[in-house]
Write a protein that binds this ligand. Structure first.
Ligand SMILES: [Zn+2]
Length: 431
Protein backbone atom coordinates (compact mmCIF):
# COMPACT_ATOMS: atom_id res chain seq x y z
CA UNK A 1 0.00 0.00 0.00
CA UNK A 2 1.35 3.38 -0.96
CA UNK A 3 0.87 6.16 1.50
CA UNK A 4 -1.34 8.86 0.05
CA UNK A 5 0.61 12.04 -0.49
CA UNK A 6 -2.25 14.23 0.59
CA UNK A 7 -2.04 12.82 4.09
CA UNK A 8 1.62 13.69 4.34
CA UNK A 9 1.25 17.14 2.79
CA UNK A 10 -1.55 17.99 5.18
CA UNK A 11 1.14 18.42 7.77
CA UNK A 12 2.85 21.05 5.68
CA UNK A 13 0.68 24.15 5.24
CA UNK A 14 3.09 26.75 6.56
CA UNK A 15 1.99 28.60 9.66
CA UNK A 16 0.95 32.17 9.06
CA UNK A 17 -0.01 31.62 5.39
CA UNK A 18 -3.40 31.08 3.86
CA UNK A 19 -4.16 27.57 2.63
CA UNK A 20 -6.95 25.56 1.07
CA UNK A 21 -8.18 22.06 1.74
CA UNK A 22 -10.07 20.80 -1.28
CA UNK A 23 -12.56 18.03 -1.90
CA UNK A 24 -13.10 16.89 1.71
CA UNK A 25 -16.45 15.97 3.21
CA UNK A 26 -17.41 18.76 5.59
CA UNK A 27 -19.79 18.44 8.57
CA UNK A 28 -21.90 21.60 8.77
CA UNK A 29 -23.54 23.20 11.84
CA UNK A 30 -26.94 21.67 11.00
CA UNK A 31 -25.41 18.19 10.98
CA UNK A 32 -25.56 17.81 7.19
CA UNK A 33 -22.40 16.97 5.30
CA UNK A 34 -21.24 17.81 1.79
CA UNK A 35 -18.11 17.80 -0.32
CA UNK A 36 -16.65 21.30 -0.05
CA UNK A 37 -13.41 23.23 -0.22
CA UNK A 38 -12.20 25.19 2.79
CA UNK A 39 -10.02 28.27 2.57
CA UNK A 40 -8.21 29.31 5.76
CA UNK A 41 -6.81 32.84 5.99
CA UNK A 42 -3.39 33.80 7.27
CA UNK A 43 -5.14 35.09 10.42
CA UNK A 44 -6.25 31.54 11.32
CA UNK A 45 -9.89 32.10 10.45
CA UNK A 46 -12.02 30.36 7.85
CA UNK A 47 -12.52 32.55 4.79
CA UNK A 48 -15.07 30.41 2.98
CA UNK A 49 -16.49 26.88 2.79
CA UNK A 50 -18.00 26.03 -0.57
CA UNK A 51 -17.65 23.50 -3.38
CA UNK A 52 -15.32 24.13 -6.31
CA UNK A 53 -13.60 27.26 -5.03
CA UNK A 54 -10.85 29.07 -6.88
CA UNK A 55 -7.89 28.36 -4.63
CA UNK A 56 -5.26 29.97 -6.87
CA UNK A 57 -4.37 32.74 -4.46
CA UNK A 58 -3.80 30.43 -1.47
CA UNK A 59 -0.31 29.89 -0.10
CA UNK A 60 -0.82 26.10 -0.18
CA UNK A 61 -3.49 23.79 -1.46
CA UNK A 62 -4.01 20.24 -0.21
CA UNK A 63 -6.36 17.72 -1.79
CA UNK A 64 -8.22 15.91 0.99
CA UNK A 65 -10.70 14.04 -1.19
CA UNK A 66 -12.22 11.13 0.71
CA UNK A 67 -11.48 12.59 4.13
CA UNK A 68 -13.97 13.92 6.67
CA UNK A 69 -13.63 17.33 8.31
CA UNK A 70 -15.30 17.81 11.70
CA UNK A 71 -15.39 21.04 13.65
CA UNK A 72 -13.11 20.94 16.70
CA UNK A 73 -14.49 19.05 19.68
CA UNK A 74 -15.58 21.15 22.66
CA UNK A 75 -15.33 19.94 26.25
CA UNK A 76 -17.95 22.02 28.05
CA UNK A 77 -17.10 20.85 31.56
CA UNK A 78 -13.76 19.91 33.07
CA UNK A 79 -11.81 20.52 36.29
CA UNK A 80 -8.27 21.46 35.27
CA UNK A 81 -7.26 22.37 38.82
CA UNK A 82 -7.99 18.78 39.91
CA UNK A 83 -6.71 16.83 36.93
CA UNK A 84 -3.95 14.30 37.56
CA UNK A 85 -4.16 14.21 41.37
CA UNK A 86 -5.52 10.65 41.54
CA UNK A 87 -2.55 9.05 43.27
CA UNK A 88 -2.33 11.80 45.89
CA UNK A 89 -6.03 11.72 46.81
CA UNK A 90 -7.33 8.31 47.84
CA UNK A 91 -11.11 8.04 47.82
CA UNK A 92 -11.85 4.60 49.31
CA UNK A 93 -15.64 5.09 49.33
CA UNK A 94 -15.75 5.91 45.61
CA UNK A 95 -18.50 8.43 46.37
CA UNK A 96 -18.93 12.07 45.46
CA UNK A 97 -18.58 13.17 49.08
CA UNK A 98 -15.45 11.06 49.47
CA UNK A 99 -13.95 12.70 46.38
CA UNK A 100 -14.84 16.20 47.61
CA UNK A 101 -13.15 15.58 50.94
CA UNK A 102 -10.07 14.02 49.34
CA UNK A 103 -9.58 16.99 47.01
CA UNK A 104 -10.33 19.64 49.66
CA UNK A 105 -7.48 18.19 51.73
CA UNK A 106 -5.12 18.16 48.75
CA UNK A 107 -6.14 21.68 47.66
CA UNK A 108 -4.75 23.16 50.89
CA UNK A 109 -1.25 22.22 49.74
CA UNK A 110 -1.55 22.60 45.94
CA UNK A 111 0.56 25.55 44.85
CA UNK A 112 0.53 27.34 41.49
CA UNK A 113 3.44 25.30 40.04
CA UNK A 114 1.75 22.00 40.79
CA UNK A 115 -1.56 23.18 39.29
CA UNK A 116 0.18 24.61 36.23
CA UNK A 117 2.04 21.39 35.51
CA UNK A 118 -0.99 19.13 35.82
CA UNK A 119 -3.37 21.44 33.96
CA UNK A 120 -1.08 22.04 30.99
CA UNK A 121 -0.42 18.31 30.66
CA UNK A 122 -4.13 17.59 30.38
CA UNK A 123 -4.75 20.55 28.06
CA UNK A 124 -2.07 19.28 25.66
CA UNK A 125 -3.54 15.79 25.77
CA UNK A 126 -7.03 17.10 24.96
CA UNK A 127 -5.71 19.24 22.12
CA UNK A 128 -3.92 16.25 20.59
CA UNK A 129 -7.23 14.40 20.54
CA UNK A 130 -9.11 17.15 18.74
CA UNK A 131 -10.48 19.25 21.60
CA UNK A 132 -10.10 22.88 20.62
CA UNK A 133 -12.01 24.50 23.50
CA UNK A 134 -12.51 23.58 27.16
CA UNK A 135 -14.70 25.15 29.83
CA UNK A 136 -13.16 24.34 33.21
CA UNK A 137 -14.64 24.83 36.65
CA UNK A 138 -11.96 25.93 39.14
CA UNK A 139 -12.46 25.66 42.91
CA UNK A 140 -12.37 28.96 44.74
CA UNK A 141 -12.92 28.46 48.45
CA UNK A 142 -11.12 28.63 51.78
CA UNK A 143 -9.14 25.44 50.98
CA UNK A 144 -8.06 26.23 47.42
CA UNK A 145 -7.96 30.01 47.75
CA UNK A 146 -7.21 31.77 44.45
CA UNK A 147 -4.28 29.57 43.36
CA UNK A 148 -6.30 27.57 40.85
CA UNK A 149 -8.20 30.41 39.23
CA UNK A 150 -5.12 32.64 38.97
CA UNK A 151 -2.98 29.86 37.52
CA UNK A 152 -5.61 28.81 34.99
CA UNK A 153 -6.28 32.43 34.00
CA UNK A 154 -2.58 32.73 33.14
CA UNK A 155 -2.70 29.53 31.07
CA UNK A 156 -5.90 30.67 29.32
CA UNK A 157 -4.27 33.93 28.27
CA UNK A 158 -0.94 32.39 27.26
CA UNK A 159 -2.48 29.58 25.19
CA UNK A 160 -5.33 31.47 23.55
CA UNK A 161 -3.97 30.99 20.03
CA UNK A 162 -3.71 27.22 20.55
CA UNK A 163 -6.84 26.43 22.54
CA UNK A 164 -9.85 28.34 23.82
CA UNK A 165 -10.16 28.02 27.60
CA UNK A 166 -13.14 29.30 29.57
CA UNK A 167 -12.99 29.35 33.35
CA UNK A 168 -15.89 29.02 35.76
CA UNK A 169 -15.32 30.46 39.23
CA UNK A 170 -16.52 27.40 41.14
CA UNK A 171 -17.43 28.87 44.52
CA UNK A 172 -17.35 25.51 46.30
CA UNK A 173 -19.44 25.20 49.45
CA UNK A 174 -18.30 23.07 52.37
CA UNK A 175 -20.03 22.09 55.55
CA UNK A 176 -19.92 25.19 57.72
CA UNK A 177 -19.50 27.42 54.67
CA UNK A 178 -18.45 30.93 55.55
CA UNK A 179 -20.92 33.14 53.67
CA UNK A 180 -19.00 36.25 54.68
CA UNK A 181 -15.90 34.83 52.94
CA UNK A 182 -18.01 34.03 49.88
CA UNK A 183 -19.52 37.53 49.81
CA UNK A 184 -16.11 39.11 50.18
CA UNK A 185 -14.34 37.03 47.52
CA UNK A 186 -16.83 36.15 44.81
CA UNK A 187 -16.43 39.33 42.75
CA UNK A 188 -12.64 38.96 42.67
CA UNK A 189 -12.93 35.35 41.54
CA UNK A 190 -15.54 36.14 38.90
CA UNK A 191 -13.34 38.94 37.53
CA UNK A 192 -10.72 36.31 36.64
CA UNK A 193 -13.31 33.91 35.23
CA UNK A 194 -15.66 33.67 32.26
CA UNK A 195 -18.66 32.34 34.19
CA UNK A 196 -19.98 31.86 37.73
CA UNK A 197 -20.45 28.38 39.20
CA UNK A 198 -21.21 26.45 42.35
CA UNK A 199 -22.86 23.37 43.85
CA UNK A 200 -26.11 24.40 45.57
CA UNK A 201 -26.95 20.89 46.84
CA UNK A 202 -23.92 20.94 49.15
CA UNK A 203 -24.67 24.37 50.60
CA UNK A 204 -26.22 24.62 54.03
CA UNK A 205 -28.46 27.41 52.75
CA UNK A 206 -29.09 26.77 49.03
CA UNK A 207 -31.50 29.71 48.42
CA UNK A 208 -29.07 32.23 49.92
CA UNK A 209 -26.15 30.62 48.09
CA UNK A 210 -27.99 30.69 44.74
CA UNK A 211 -28.88 34.36 45.23
CA UNK A 212 -25.22 35.23 45.84
CA UNK A 213 -24.11 33.35 42.68
CA UNK A 214 -26.78 34.85 40.41
CA UNK A 215 -26.25 38.36 41.81
CA UNK A 216 -22.51 38.13 41.13
CA UNK A 217 -23.17 36.93 37.58
CA UNK A 218 -25.56 39.79 36.82
CA UNK A 219 -23.14 42.30 38.35
CA UNK A 220 -20.24 41.03 36.22
CA UNK A 221 -22.35 40.44 33.08
CA UNK A 222 -21.19 36.81 32.94
CA UNK A 223 -23.13 33.54 32.52
CA UNK A 224 -23.93 30.95 35.21
CA UNK A 225 -22.91 27.28 35.07
CA UNK A 226 -24.06 25.23 38.07
CA UNK A 227 -23.32 21.73 39.29
CA UNK A 228 -27.01 21.10 39.88
CA UNK A 229 -28.47 18.11 41.70
CA UNK A 230 -25.61 15.68 41.15
CA UNK A 231 -27.52 13.05 43.13
CA UNK A 232 -30.55 10.77 42.80
CA UNK A 233 -32.67 11.93 45.76
CA UNK A 234 -35.94 12.98 44.16
CA UNK A 235 -37.29 14.68 47.28
CA UNK A 236 -34.53 17.27 47.68
CA UNK A 237 -33.95 18.65 44.19
CA UNK A 238 -33.23 22.32 43.59
CA UNK A 239 -34.33 22.50 39.95
CA UNK A 240 -37.24 24.85 40.59
CA UNK A 241 -35.24 27.03 42.97
CA UNK A 242 -32.54 27.46 40.29
CA UNK A 243 -35.04 27.97 37.46
CA UNK A 244 -36.89 30.60 39.52
CA UNK A 245 -33.65 32.54 39.78
CA UNK A 246 -32.94 32.25 36.05
CA UNK A 247 -36.27 34.00 35.58
CA UNK A 248 -35.91 36.54 38.38
CA UNK A 249 -32.34 37.56 37.49
CA UNK A 250 -33.07 37.63 33.72
CA UNK A 251 -30.47 34.90 32.98
CA UNK A 252 -32.46 33.18 30.21
CA UNK A 253 -30.11 31.84 27.53
CA UNK A 254 -27.12 32.46 29.81
CA UNK A 255 -27.43 29.58 32.25
CA UNK A 256 -26.19 26.00 32.13
CA UNK A 257 -27.12 23.19 34.51
CA UNK A 258 -24.45 20.49 34.69
CA UNK A 259 -25.26 16.94 35.84
CA UNK A 260 -28.97 17.22 36.87
CA UNK A 261 -28.76 13.49 37.62
CA UNK A 262 -31.90 13.83 39.77
CA UNK A 263 -34.08 14.14 36.66
CA UNK A 264 -33.68 10.38 36.24
CA UNK A 265 -35.10 9.86 39.74
CA UNK A 266 -38.24 11.94 39.11
CA UNK A 267 -41.49 10.50 37.75
CA UNK A 268 -41.86 11.19 34.05
CA UNK A 269 -44.59 13.83 34.47
CA UNK A 270 -42.37 15.81 36.86
CA UNK A 271 -39.47 15.48 34.44
CA UNK A 272 -41.69 16.75 31.63
CA UNK A 273 -42.64 19.84 33.64
CA UNK A 274 -38.96 20.62 34.30
CA UNK A 275 -38.03 19.98 30.66
CA UNK A 276 -40.74 22.46 29.61
CA UNK A 277 -39.27 25.06 31.99
CA UNK A 278 -35.74 24.42 30.70
CA UNK A 279 -36.99 25.01 27.16
CA UNK A 280 -39.05 28.08 28.07
CA UNK A 281 -36.11 29.68 29.91
CA UNK A 282 -33.54 28.52 27.36
CA UNK A 283 -31.41 26.76 29.97
CA UNK A 284 -28.90 24.24 28.63
CA UNK A 285 -27.77 20.98 30.20
CA UNK A 286 -24.36 19.30 30.31
CA UNK A 287 -24.29 15.59 31.10
CA UNK A 288 -21.13 14.05 32.58
CA UNK A 289 -21.36 10.29 32.06
CA UNK A 290 -17.95 9.33 33.47
CA UNK A 291 -18.50 10.98 36.85
CA UNK A 292 -22.12 9.90 37.13
CA UNK A 293 -21.40 6.26 36.27
CA UNK A 294 -18.50 6.18 38.70
CA UNK A 295 -19.83 8.14 41.68
CA UNK A 296 -23.58 7.58 41.75
CA UNK A 297 -25.50 4.57 43.03
CA UNK A 298 -22.74 3.16 45.27
CA UNK A 299 -25.27 2.52 48.03
CA UNK A 300 -27.55 0.39 45.84
CA UNK A 301 -27.84 -3.16 47.08
CA UNK A 302 -28.73 -4.37 43.61
CA UNK A 303 -29.32 -2.97 40.12
CA UNK A 304 -27.24 0.19 40.66
CA UNK A 305 -28.57 3.13 38.59
CA UNK A 306 -26.57 4.67 35.75
CA UNK A 307 -26.60 8.02 37.54
CA UNK A 308 -26.91 10.11 34.37
CA UNK A 309 -29.70 12.59 33.73
CA UNK A 310 -32.40 11.72 31.17
CA UNK A 311 -30.03 12.26 28.24
CA UNK A 312 -32.10 10.85 25.38
CA UNK A 313 -35.35 12.40 26.55
CA UNK A 314 -33.82 15.86 27.01
CA UNK A 315 -32.25 15.64 23.56
CA UNK A 316 -35.48 14.53 21.90
CA UNK A 317 -37.44 17.24 23.76
CA UNK A 318 -35.24 19.86 22.09
CA UNK A 319 -33.28 20.94 25.19
CA UNK A 320 -29.71 21.94 24.28
CA UNK A 321 -27.65 19.18 25.87
CA UNK A 322 -23.89 18.75 25.63
CA UNK A 323 -21.72 15.99 27.04
CA UNK A 324 -18.33 16.50 28.65
CA UNK A 325 -15.42 14.87 30.49
CA UNK A 326 -15.89 16.35 33.97
CA UNK A 327 -12.85 15.03 35.84
CA UNK A 328 -9.76 13.44 34.33
CA UNK A 329 -7.71 11.14 36.59
CA UNK A 330 -8.64 12.43 40.03
CA UNK A 331 -10.72 11.12 42.96
CA UNK A 332 -13.96 12.04 41.15
CA UNK A 333 -13.09 10.04 37.98
CA UNK A 334 -9.91 7.92 38.05
CA UNK A 335 -9.81 7.51 34.24
CA UNK A 336 -9.90 9.88 31.28
CA UNK A 337 -7.85 10.41 28.14
CA UNK A 338 -9.24 13.76 27.00
CA UNK A 339 -10.82 12.06 23.99
CA UNK A 340 -14.28 13.56 23.41
CA UNK A 341 -15.20 10.77 21.01
CA UNK A 342 -14.83 8.37 23.93
CA UNK A 343 -17.16 10.59 26.00
CA UNK A 344 -19.62 10.74 23.09
CA UNK A 345 -19.71 6.93 22.97
CA UNK A 346 -20.32 6.60 26.70
CA UNK A 347 -23.08 9.17 26.39
CA UNK A 348 -24.76 7.19 23.64
CA UNK A 349 -24.51 3.93 25.56
CA UNK A 350 -25.22 5.06 29.13
CA UNK A 351 -27.64 7.82 28.04
CA UNK A 352 -29.76 5.39 26.03
CA UNK A 353 -29.49 7.12 22.68
CA UNK A 354 -30.00 4.78 19.72
CA UNK A 355 -27.86 3.51 16.87
CA UNK A 356 -29.54 5.99 14.53
CA UNK A 357 -28.54 8.83 16.88
CA UNK A 358 -24.74 8.66 16.56
CA UNK A 359 -24.89 12.12 14.98
CA UNK A 360 -26.68 13.39 18.12
CA UNK A 361 -23.68 12.33 20.18
CA UNK A 362 -21.44 14.26 17.74
CA UNK A 363 -23.65 17.33 18.16
CA UNK A 364 -23.21 17.01 21.93
CA UNK A 365 -19.45 17.55 21.56
CA UNK A 366 -19.65 20.24 18.84
CA UNK A 367 -22.65 22.48 18.12
CA UNK A 368 -24.46 22.01 21.48
CA UNK A 369 -21.48 22.98 23.66
CA UNK A 370 -20.66 25.80 21.20
CA UNK A 371 -24.07 27.26 21.98
CA UNK A 372 -23.76 26.74 25.74
CA UNK A 373 -20.25 28.23 25.80
CA UNK A 374 -21.33 31.22 23.70
CA UNK A 375 -18.98 30.22 20.85
CA UNK A 376 -21.65 30.04 18.13
CA UNK A 377 -19.97 32.33 15.60
CA UNK A 378 -16.44 31.30 16.54
CA UNK A 379 -17.02 27.57 16.11
CA UNK A 380 -18.00 25.43 13.14
CA UNK A 381 -16.95 25.07 9.54
CA UNK A 382 -18.16 28.40 8.20
CA UNK A 383 -16.84 31.78 7.09
CA UNK A 384 -15.51 33.92 9.94
CA UNK A 385 -15.12 31.09 12.45
CA UNK A 386 -11.80 30.20 14.04
CA UNK A 387 -10.17 27.50 11.91
CA UNK A 388 -10.44 24.81 14.59
CA UNK A 389 -11.13 21.45 12.99
CA UNK A 390 -10.11 17.82 12.66
CA UNK A 391 -9.40 16.13 9.34
CA UNK A 392 -9.93 12.38 9.61
CA UNK A 393 -10.07 9.30 7.43
CA UNK A 394 -13.63 8.48 8.52
CA UNK A 395 -16.34 8.48 5.89
CA UNK A 396 -19.11 10.19 7.84
CA UNK A 397 -20.24 11.40 11.28
CA UNK A 398 -21.58 7.99 12.27
CA UNK A 399 -18.28 6.20 11.68
CA UNK A 400 -16.37 9.02 13.38
CA UNK A 401 -18.40 8.59 16.57
CA UNK A 402 -18.80 4.81 16.45
CA UNK A 403 -15.18 3.78 15.98
CA UNK A 404 -13.07 6.90 15.56
CA UNK A 405 -10.42 7.63 12.96
CA UNK A 406 -7.23 5.75 12.14
CA UNK A 407 -5.71 9.04 11.02
CA UNK A 408 -6.45 12.46 12.44
CA UNK A 409 -5.00 15.92 11.84
CA UNK A 410 -5.99 18.54 14.40
CA UNK A 411 -5.95 22.22 13.41
CA UNK A 412 -6.32 25.03 15.93
CA UNK A 413 -6.60 28.60 14.69
CA UNK A 414 -5.44 27.41 11.29
CA UNK A 415 -2.29 25.66 12.55
CA UNK A 416 -1.67 21.96 12.66
CA UNK A 417 -1.26 21.10 16.35
CA UNK A 418 -1.38 17.32 16.24
CA UNK A 419 -1.45 14.42 13.86
CA UNK A 420 -1.85 10.81 14.81
CA UNK A 421 -2.20 7.49 13.11
CA UNK A 422 -3.03 3.93 13.97
CA UNK A 423 -1.19 1.71 11.53
CA UNK A 424 -0.66 -1.98 11.22
CA UNK A 425 2.90 -3.26 10.78
CA UNK A 426 1.92 -4.46 7.33
CA UNK A 427 0.97 -0.91 6.25
CA UNK A 428 4.33 0.38 7.44
CA UNK A 429 6.24 -2.36 5.59
CA UNK A 430 4.45 -1.65 2.34
CA UNK A 431 4.79 2.11 2.47
ZN1 LIG B 1 -17.87 18.99 37.51
Amino acid sequence: MVRDNKLVSLANPAAGRSFALTGGTVIHDDGSQSVSDIIVGADGRIVVVEPFLDTGSCGACVDIKGMLVSPGFLDAHQHLDKTGVLRFTPNPSGTLQGAREAFAKYARTAGPDDIHKRATRTVERCLSRGTTAIRSHINVDKDAGFHGIETLAAIRNAEKDRITLQLVAFMTPHPGQDFDWLDKNIDGAVALADAVGGTPAVSEDPPRYLDILFSAAVKAGKPVDLHLDEHLKADVHLLDAALDRVERFGMQGRTVFSHVSVLSALPRKDFQRIADRLLALDVGVVTLPAANLYLQGRDAEMLPPRGLTRVAELYRAGVTIATASDNIQDPFVPTGSGDMLEIARWTLLAGHLRGDELAAAHRMITTAPARLMGLGKEHGLKAGARADFIVTDCIDTDTLVAGGPDRAFVFSKGRLVSHSATETIRMLEDA
